[in-house]
Design a protein. Structure first.
Length: 573
């Protein structure tokens, strides 16, 4: 089994010493002379800046036995297969629009027809459920969410037909399944353990909240998907940046001559690392995230900050004297350019259908409103800006009552899950063989995963404070980007299913805590055995609980008495 080191953390370099020691291989006098001219910031730069030494300090040691390398891909694939079966089997059920599908699926159909949202006649749902689309009107509809998620839904309808409920939900199920695979790979990379990676994938595969979101065409599953992709990209950039830093410092040490002393001016701020392609990929993904819902802006801010903090720490470990200023000057500016403008350009590109239209909502607003000092801005962009300003006012002022609204603080305990669909049956109706039956779709997570995950988030706060473990910090920051913004709008109508955006990071927190329970390879056998037993029992109970709750996640017909057995809290009804 490969090494599992959930406690490992970046270590600082040897204490800075501007003097080369007297026992330096080139002699004490030469060393003192060199110290006066070069003034290296780490002890023994000849050895400290070799590529091997730098990579070990920056990336750590990691060895995967050949017999386990196949599982690096196979374990995530198997967990994705399990999750895919739970998402795609009976995906067409219920055979009608449920909850907010009434907006987004019909908008997706409108996109396929005209490239922008159009209004629908009254009682259009009944006809739409029958595959009759004559209720689509020619006038533009006012909507308050960007187009990416609706284009994603339209993709499935384009492949399988607009009259197919399977087609409506295909893309949501696809990205929900892909997210399991991506999360497992991310966990493997962060924790350097195939076992913990598989654990993360399994928990995400069997959780009911993720299953329901993957089986329903709402927008939040796409917000989660693009946020998770961007997190994986900056995680890859973290290692890529450290490899580049190690290679450049090693090259400078080699070029410095036989004494291996890098010029002091290089070690003051460190070298430039060039264009970071993984950061560009993160920028594109974050642009698509924001292009689904504006809440993606908080992931852009959080992940951009996280990327720069990682660069600071890399320069500190490498021995750069002014590592904070060096990271901001040599990495931070390029990081901003690579992520923020790229995300902005991607976001604007997602409105292509609106730009190409002649009569989309607010498309011609600028033509009847003087530009004033903003005359240099193209009319199309001024119109889009006005559209966005009205949509922002709508979002911040949305406070209508709803039976399933849930304050963000209640998400920790799933205080008010959202009921997407409920249909009751009498004996003999639709195959019901008892007095009363129910088919339901409830956006309720697996209690062990959600309650355990909430505790794990609190636990990781302590881990980060005590150990400054970079993984705990990264997980907490990603979680905060998905959760904290909703606390600023206590009067706004919000729902529990918004929490899918941060669920992958909650699961990473839970897996990290479980990994610490399992212990390290160096622990006594009895300690490892006890930890493995506790974790094994937790996983078995989690899977069993998902099997118990699955009927109310997938609209299976069950007796009403059995349905009530799933309503553990009065607020779940």
């Amino acid at each position: 089994m490969e090494t599992v080191q959930p406690h490992a953390m970046d270590t600082a370099p040897p204490a800075p010493d501007r003097k080369v020691p007297d026992d330096h291989p080139h002699g004490s006098h030469a060393s003192r002379a060199s110290a006066q001219t070069a003034k290296p910031w780490v002890q023994d730069p000849q050895n400290a800046f070799t590529r091997t030494a730098l990579k070990e300090r920056l990336l750590g040691r990691h060895f995967t036995p050949p017999g386990l390398r196949l599982w690096f891909w196979l374990a995530p694939a198997l967990t994705a297969l399990i999750g895919g079966l739970l998402r795609f089997i009976r995906l067409e059920q219920p055979t009608s629009l449920v909850f907010d599908e009434t907006y987004y699926v019909k908008d997706a159909y409108s996109f396929l027809q005209s490239g922008y949202e159009r209004n629908w006649a009254e009682k259009a749902n009944d006809l739409f459920n029958q595959g009759i689309f004559t209720s689509l009107e020619s006038t533009a509809e006012y909507v308050v969410h960007p187009p990416v998620g609706k284009w994603m839904i339209a993709f499935g309808m384009w492949i399988f037909g607009s009259d197919s409920t399977f087609g409506w939900r295909f893309t949501a199920a696809l990205v929900g399944t892909l997210s399991i695979f991506i999360l497992a790979l991310i966990a493997q990379k962060m924790f350097r353990s195939t076992l913990l990676g598989a654990m993360a994938g399994l928990l995400f595969a069997v959780d009911g909240h993720a299953i329901v979101q993957s089986r329903t065409s709402l927008l939040d599953i796409f917000v989660m998907f693009f946020a998770l992709l961007s997190f994986g990209a900056i995680l890859m950039d973290r290692d890529d940046g450290r490899r580049r830093l190690a290679a450049k410092l090693s090259q400078l040490a080699t070029a410095a001559g036989p004494d291996g002393t890098i010029p002091a001016k290089v070690l003051v701020y460190g070298p430039w690392l060039g264009i970071r392609w993984w950061r560009l990929a993160a920028g594109v993904s974050l642009g698509l995230c924001i292009g689904t819902k504006w809440s993606g802006l908080f992931f852009l801010a959080g992940f951009g900050l996280l990327s720069v903090l990682w660069d600071m720490n890399a320069r500190r470990i490498a021995g750069i004297k002014f590592w904070i200023a060096g990271a901001i000057w040599k990495d931070g500016i390029l990081a901003f350019v690579s992520m923020v403008p790229v995300a902005a350009a991607t976001y604007i590109a997602t409105w292509t259908g609106w730009f190409l239209s002649k009569d989309a909502y607010d498309r011609n607003w600028a033509a009847t409103n003087p530009a004033g000092p903003w005359g240099w801005v193209p009319d199309s962009l001024r119109s889009l800006w006005h559209y966005h300003s009205t949509a922002y006012n709508f979002h911040t002022g949305l406070g209508s009552d709803h039976p399933y609204k849930a304050n963000a603080w209640s998400w920790f305990v799933m205080g008010r899950p959202t009921s997407f669909y409920v249909k009751n049956f009498e004996n003999g109706d639709g195959g019901c063989a008892v007095d009363k039956c129910t088919a339901a779709v409830t956006s309720l997570g697996n209690p062990l995963i959600w309650w355990g995950g909430s505790l794990a988030i609190l636990f990781l706060i302590g881990v980060w404070i005590a150990k400054r473990d970079w993984r705990a910090g990264a997980i907490l920051l990603a979680f905060a980007a998905g959760f904290l913004p909703w606390l600023f709008y206590p009067l706004r109508t919000i729902f529990f299913f918004y929490a899918i955006a941060y669920e992958p990071f909650m699961i990473l927190a839970l897996v990290m805590a479980l990994g610490m329970i399992m212990g390290k390879l160096g622990d006594p056998p009895w300690r490892r055995a006890q930890g493995a037993t506790v974790v094994g029992i937790f996983l078995v109970l989690t899977v069993a609980l998902s099997a118990f709750f699955y009927p109310i996640w997938a609209a299976e017909m069950i007796t009403q008495d059995y349905w009530r057995q799933h309503m553990w809290l009065p607020s779940w009804i």
